[in-house]
Design a binder for this molecule. Structure first.
Ligand code: GLN
Length: 588
């Protein structure tokens, strides 16, 4: 009789005469790729993605190939239809996949573009199981959560392992242990560890240590119960990361260690820190990176010389975080002003730019629903620059238009992102070109001057009617413009898009005659993608979302330009070079 593992490895696909079902992609070599699986207990929002991306970064620095994947429990096929107020921002990948904000954390931390292979939802998993069922792929079997749905999850991970050629796949499971909707993912991970064999998987349980103000001490009971629930699924955690406000005490970590069978040195305090970019060094300082390498038995794959170089580069960057001396305030207008997660990438891009310029960027959130030309001065008097970010629908748009007008007329640095680009064009049309009724047809479908519109020829270009333009696109940058200088004199740059409406090409000539410069456009199509006002200290907008591609070691030039211009305005120092010079120096 062959033993169960041997039998399993022989089964490359479906079989009707055995209980073993685990579809293996062709070419998959067991043992080549290891898996780090990160799950949360006690509550969601603990920063599983942050932990996972920081650990992945430490492994990447050592010369290992890493590939993250987020497994979401919800049934939506992607994050495109999710309200950012409930779920944080929709992060768009270069291939157009609309994902969760955690993918942004991975891209930034790993300085790596991800794709739809790095993101899955329950909806996607069920969708492909049901498609296979209709196709007759299950050969008469009753299709079950185990083994078919869990098999689909493992297939997804193994496909990622093959396609990315990764040494380690980092699997982050959305939600918390105990949720009904992610239970099959957790079961799939248990099966994966069983099939791949000892040393193949490292399980990390994130948990939360409470510190009630009234007691003044850290309490680990909820964490213990959460971990117990994880162990009940048949998974023994290898590492426990304790989230807490303050460093987790030795006694609390000892309790967790005893309770969870996890050695004390692998119970890690992941307390709040001022910047997520200092967390890799927290992990490194307590040796967690080497603990994981030992657990996965891949110490022999690392390149220590590469690590020294990468780490020195990273420390140069993090040193600047602590040396930020000047404070600067940038206003951000937006509907979802109470939920910072809806603007995660913008906040990050501002942080990147600020760190490079030695400034701590404070954000003032501006609710535009009550703003008009008459009260906008009061609201903007204490900011040194303003961002009008992307958005959908009509609420607060007139307030945003008032902000664009104030910034243009008062030399206040302005960065318009997507909707922020559109409102600045509307404002320019109304108040400079005299088209009083200019608007976007998204806001007023019947307006006489729909300067922002869904255009028939664009519908043809996209081939999908009024559907969203999504994902990375090249932008042709006009020589001699501010944008051209900002991007280090490049004529072609790439940014990511997520929009339906655009500048109606019929108005371009009129706008340009009045002084607006369209410095970036789609190659071969009259789709305007960047504008600027040459006479203004810094007034620029883009139909793209430049924040999505800002990276800590490679800050996005349009943000660097904004912060530099704001600093120049705020500190009024004659020796501070202008935004373009600074941005160019940093981004070249
Ligand atoms: N609502 C606008 C459009 O669809 C802007 C979109 C956005 O800001 N992401 O074009």
């Amino acid at each position: 009789m062959p033993d169960s593992r041997e039998l399993l490895s022989k089964i490359s696909d479906v079989s009707t005469d055995t209980e073993y079902f685990s579809p293996m992609p062709a070419g998959y070599k067991k043992g080549k790729c290891r898996y780090v699986i990160v799950m949360g207990t006690v509550m969601s929002g603990l920063g599983k993605g942050i932990f996972s991306s920081c650990l992945a970064k430490l492994m990447q620095d050592k010369g290992l190939k890493v590939a993250p994947i987020k497994l979401e429990g919800y049934l939506n096929i992607d994050s495109g239809t999710l309200n950012p107020f409930r779920h944080g921002e929709v992060f768009v990948l270069d291939d157009g996949m609309e994902t969760d904000m955690d993918l942004g954390t991975y891209e930034r931390m790993l300085d790596q573009n991800l794709s739809k292979a790095n993101f899955s939802t329950s909806g996607q998993i069920y969708n492909s199981v049901l498609a296979k069922e209709r196709h007759g792929d299950y050969l008469g079997r009753d299709v079950q959560m185990i083994p078919h749905v869990t098999g689909e999850v493992k297939l997804k991970l193994r496909n990622l392992a093959i396609d990315s050629d990764a040494d380690i796949v980092f699997v982050e499971i959305g939600g918390t242990v105990g949720d009904l909707e992610n239970a099959f993912y957790i079961e799939a991970m248990r099966e994966l560890a069983y099939e791949e064999g000892p040393g193949s998987c490292c399980f990390v349980g994130l948990t939360y240590i409470m510190e009630p103000k009234t007691l003044g001490e850290q309490k680990s009971k909820a964490a213990q119960l959460g971990i117990k629930m994880l162990m009940q699924t048949g998974i023994q955690p290898d590492i426990i990361a304790c989230r807490a406000e303050n460093p987790v005490s030795q006694t609390a970590r000892q309790k967790i260690s005893v309770f969870s069978n996890v050695p004390f040195e692998r119970v890690f305090s992941m307390h709040d820190s001022a910047s997520i970019y200092t967390i890799p060094s927290m992990l490194r300082d307590c040796g967690l990176d080497f603990e994981v390498l030992r657990l996965l038995k891949i110490e022999d794959r690392i390149n220590l010389r590469k690590e020294r170089k990468e780490w020195a580069r990273w420390c140069d960057f993090t040193d600047k975080i602590t040396k930020k001396t000047r404070d600067i305030t940038i206003g951000i207008t937006g509907k979802y002003t109470s939920v910072r997660d809806s603007y995660a990438s913008i906040i990050n891009a501002l942080e990147h730019a600020g760190i490079w310029l030695g400034a701590k960027v404070n954000i003032k959130w501006i609710d535009t629903t009550r703003l008009t030309d008459s009260n906008v001065t009061e609201e903007l008097k204490d900011v040194s620059g303003i961002i009008v970010p992307g958005g959908f629908g009509t609420r607060g748009t007139e307030g945003k238009i008032a902000c664009a007008r104030y910034a243009r007329e008062n030399d206040l640095p302005y960065l318009g992102i997507c909707l922020g680009f559109q409102v600045a064009v509307i404002e320019f049309a109304r108040n400079v070109c005299g088209l009083k009724d200019a608007n976007s047809t998204e806001i007023d479908p019947n307006c006489a001057n729909g300067v922002i519109d869904i255009l028939p020829e664009q519908k043809k270009i996209e081939g999908l009617g009024g559907n969203m333009r999504l994902g990375g696109r090249d932008i042709e940058v006009k020589s001699g413009t501010i944008a051209f200088e900002l991007f280090g004199k490049k004529n072609m740059v790439r940014m990511r898009f997520r929009h339906r409406y655009e500048v109606d090409p019929g108005y371009i000539e009129q706008f340009e005659k009045a002084g607006l410069v369209f410095s970036g456009k789609a190659p071969d199509y009259p789709i305007m993608q960047i504008f600027e006002l040459p006479e203004h200290p810094y007034f620029i907008g883009t139909q793209a979302h430049p924040c999505l591609t800002s990276r800590p070691l490679d800050p996005q030039p349009m943000f660097v330009g904004l912060v530099a211009a704001a600093m120049k305005l705020h500190f009024r120092e004659s020796d501070l070079p202008d935004a373009i010079n600074i941005a160019q120096k940093i981004c070249s």
